[in-house]
Design a binder for this molecule. Structure first.
Ligand SMILES: [Zn+2]
Length: 105
């Protein structure tokens, strides 16, 4: 199997945020309602999902997200391109740890 083909299989298999982060893929968030499309770093959203106990599977996670255009849940997918949109979630490790501590009390 060529490296390129292997990478495509790996991408198809990245159906949760954990595998997306470990495979160094970006997360595409697309709204069918208005056509808006974001490409973000999945790690800040993974941190948020961990703290909120949201599912990390992209099908289930999509139900927790909503597009600003209305009531649409976006479709999520791993993509092999650079994250160009502003991050969604918890950007730095420091605020993640602070929030985790606060939630434990
Ligand atoms: Zn929309």
């Amino acid at each position: 199997m060529t490296a390129d083909r292997n990478r495509r299989f790996q991408r198809a298999d990245a159906t949760d945020l954990d595998r997306m982060v470990s495979g160094q893929f970006s997360l595409e968030i697309a709204c069918k309602g208005c056509g808006k499309r974001l490409v973000v770093d999945p790690l800040p959203l993974l941190r948020l999902a961990v703290l909120k106990r949201w599912p990390r599977n992209i099908i289930q996670l999509g139900k927790h997200l909503r597009c600003r255009c209305g009531r649409n849940h976006p479709a999520l997918m791993a993509v092999d391109e650079a994250a160009v949109s502003p991050s969604i979630g918890i950007i730095d490790e420091g605020s993640f740890n602070a929030l985790k501590k606060r939630l434990r009390r």
